[in-house]
Write a protein that binds this ligand. Sequence first.
Ligand SMILES: *Cc1c(COP(=O)(O)O)cnc(C)c1O
Length: 355
Amino acid sequence: MSYKLNQKIEDLTPYSPISGEFQIRLDANESTYKINDEILSLILEKISTTEINRYPDPFALKLCKSFASYYLIDEKLVTAGNGSDELIGLIIGSFLCAGEKMLTFSHDFSMYKFYGELFGMKNIVYQKDEDLNVDIDEVIKLSNKEKVSLIIFSNPCNPTSLGIKKADIIKLLTSSNSLVVLDEAYMDFFDQSLIGEVSNFENLIILRTSSKAIGLAGARLGFAVSNLRLTKVLKAVKSPYNVNAISQGIGEVVFAQKDYLDAQITKIIKNRSALIDGLSDLKSRYNWCDKIFLSKTNFAFIKTSYAQQIFSELAKMQIAVRNMGEYLRISTGTELENTVLLTKLETIVSEIHKN
Ligand SMILES: *Cc1c(COP(=O)(O)O)cnc(C)c1O
């Protein structure tokens, strides 16, 4: 018996989000709202007519059409994925050859680096400044100096919650020969999308997800939007039946609910603003954090040396948030969930303040 795992996978452990029972889940940036009953019944109707003995549409055409009409773009530029996570892995694994260089930012979404390493790429890291802002000229300089083949980052950013202006992204696109993968997972909460302009760029793939604003994290629906040439490649390299028939139907129904989705997004942004206001109020009264970032997303990002302590205390009170070393990331909940969080947080930080 001498089967050996290769070095790059032998020490990997499965991704496991926080475990345990929590009354309030504010750790994963999902939508906290269940889909409403009216739309749920449309979904159930759709499922009842889905022939699950047959393979799904490999190109998820109806789903892509519904997605495209919500965002007012051309459906021919859309590729559907089993969550945008699948598309991230697919793009890194197929648009690059092993050993090529890719550029990621720090801090940013951890899956970019994970897939890069898994597929044997050389990961170059652009370090954001102390306030976690991105200097696009520095990014351009680094990418040209290192001759990277791919640049991948999120805008707005998970975890920093900050947004980059569209003009800066365009500058990057036109000053670099790399493929730029622009992960717009949170762009429903910000107004600097390039989703309508992909045909103007040779080297741009935009990623979107229905796991955050759209409220379908459990259905696993992600999308790539890119020019025709790149879209053709994406559709050629993906596995044929990557999005199951049930999820295709769910997405087709939900993206057709423009008024509902617009109202949800408005509500989530309002809750997020109230959450940030509440946190800022606590910051003005107790000495528990250094900075609350200016969020363009559905979550708050907080710099505090008490992150671990606050995380553990909140967990004891059945509230899950994300602990990231010297930062906390807290997704917005409903108005009520935010109020409960802020009340419990005040109990915790008033103790910290006393010390
Ligand atoms: C949540 C998230 C994703 C993952 O989206 P899925 O479609 O659920 O796989 C991708 N990118 C960023 C930046 C995210 O925060």
